[in-house]
Design a protein around this ligand. Structure first.
Ligand code: GDP
Length: 435
């Protein structure tokens, strides 16, 4: 758990590392300038790259490196910051890190630079989350969504709602303080209409944005079918690499094997499950039980057979969206109600790929509007909706005002970070060291 003491000066590798040409070591804290000067990197001009000889406590040369100096408050963390562009390799990095530690610095925790930026008011929690998402983005669509949030699009929506709640509260407070100015129930119409509109808008967003959460976390597609129908071969063909063990002996894939690819910008994890059949030893039976669990938890099931004709689905995947695939069309031709492919020869695979991509996009469509991508936001907005609903059902202006105030507090939690330390830990723990 991170509890940054802001008096500490911290350092962390932001890029590169042991096996790279360069390593970027980042520093932040009150004693940055003093520590750098002690290592021979004094007299730095702000935001310029200066070449310096870095030395240890005994005056030994550690590296000739570029040093960038970002004095507070115009830095990433809002504190004095520096970047050391060192030569790559373990020895240089170890020497510099040891020298910094000897001068009183300490290694940064994961996400500590961004957490400091948040504590020092440089960014709000929404921007911090967006930075985390951007760094973790694997696909174009994930990147676009993170950038949208980073530019404040989501924050604008929340602050618009917050302003409307403040206006409603002001009307209610006025009615509480100056009851004579209002005819009996005088506020009720405009305030009720405003609350109802807000409820509708937030409710709609909560509904729409379930798909966007999928874009951030990725979809899971379980590949299910009897042993030996070609499930592993199919996953390998879709993912274009050897992920699963292909074998002629039924029951080879005894537990789920996973492969992650991007379909139309949506990150997708294929879960190649153990073949479904009644026989088999204890380990295989356990594999089959897990296969059923994985299929039930998946967003989409690929149900594979290798014989022509129409076929029903096993009961346990009845209510999960399923694409039927009929494999081995090369050796047993004939029509079926699934997509006909030969995973081995590649026949029909582009059609299957297109069907999978359109399904992935449907489930987690690429967006041009910012989305609620995190359960944290969803939980807070559900609270807002609950309080606003309660406000519409209360009698007495004081009670209505109290519910609106609670709704406003819940909304503020999302971006201002009036969150508990545990929630903050959860947000920043997902970052890497040096970010
Ligand atoms: P799984 O048990 O369902 O995962 O099946 P595998 O992928 O291990 O394949 C079982 C056997 O079927 C292997 O010998 C594969 O080479 C073969 N196989 C898979 N797909 C095809 C196909 O499209 N055509 C032919 N002829 N054989 C295939």
């Amino acid at each position: 758990m991170i509890r940054p003491a802001l008096s500490d000066t911290v350092f962390g590798v932001a890029a590169g590392g042991r096996h790279s040409a360069l390593t970027v070591l980042r520093l932040s804290g009150l004693r940055c300038a003093e520590m750098l000067a002690a290592m021979g990197a004094g007299g730095l001009a702000p935001r310029y790259a200066s070449l310096r000889s870095l030395r240890d406590g005994q005056g030994g040369l550690l590296d000739r490196a570029l040093v960038l100096w970002f004095p507070a408050p115009r830095s990433y963390t809002g504190e004095d910051c520096a970047e050391l562009h060192l030569h790559g390799g373990g020895a240089v990095l170890d020497g510099v890190v040891t020298a910094l530690a000897n001068l009183g610095g300490r290694p940064a925790e994961a996400g500590e630079f961004t957490r400091r930026a948040f504590i020092n008011g440089r960014i709000d929690l929404l921007e911090a989350e967006a930075i985390g998402d951007l760094v973790a983005a694997e696909t174009d669509a994930q990147r676009d969504q993170a950038l949208l949030q980073m530019q404040g699009a989501l924050g604008d929506i929340y602050s618009g709602w917050q302003k409307r709640l403040t206006r409603i509260m002001a009307t209610l407070e006025a009615e509480i303080d100056f009851p004579d100015e209002f005819v009996e129930g005088g506020h009720s119409n405009p305030v009720e209409v405003d609350i109802t509109h807000l409820l509708q808008e937030i409710g709609q967003r909560l509904e729409q944005d379930k798909t966007a959460e999928k874009l951030r976390t990725g979809l899971s597609i379980a590949v299910v079918g009897a042993p030996n129908v070609g499930k592993s071969t199919l996953v390998n063909a879709i993912c274009d690499r050897e992920v699963s063990i292909v074998s002629e002996i039924p029951g080879t894939t005894r537990d789920a094997v996973e492969a992650r690819i991007s379909l139309g910008g949506v990150p997708v994890t294929f879960v190649d499950t153990a073949g479904l059949r009644e026989a088999g030893d204890q380990i295989e039976r356990e594999g089959i039980r897990r296969a059923r669990d994985r299929a039930r938890a998946a967003d989409l099931v690929l149900f594979v057979t290798d014989t022509p004709g129409n076929y029903g689905l096993p009961e346990f995947i009845n209510d999960i969206r399923t694409i039927k695939v009929r494999n081995k069309s090369d050796i047993c031709p004939g029509a079926s109600d699934g997509i006909n492919v030969s995973a081995l020869r590649g026949d029909g695979m582009s059609g299957l790929h297109a069907a999978l991509t359109s399904e992935a996009l449907r489930l987690a469509r690429g967006r041009t509007v910012p989305a609620l991508t995190r359960p944290r936001h969803r939980a807070a907005l559900v609270d807002v909706v609950d309080h606003l609903l309660a406000a519409t059902q209360c009698q007495g202006v004081e009670f209505v005002a109290e519910e609106v105030r609670l709704a406003s507090n819940s909304l503020a939690r999302v971006s201002t970070g009036a969150e508990t330390d545990d929630v903050l830990d959860l947000v920043f723990r997902q970052f890497c060291i040096g970010k």
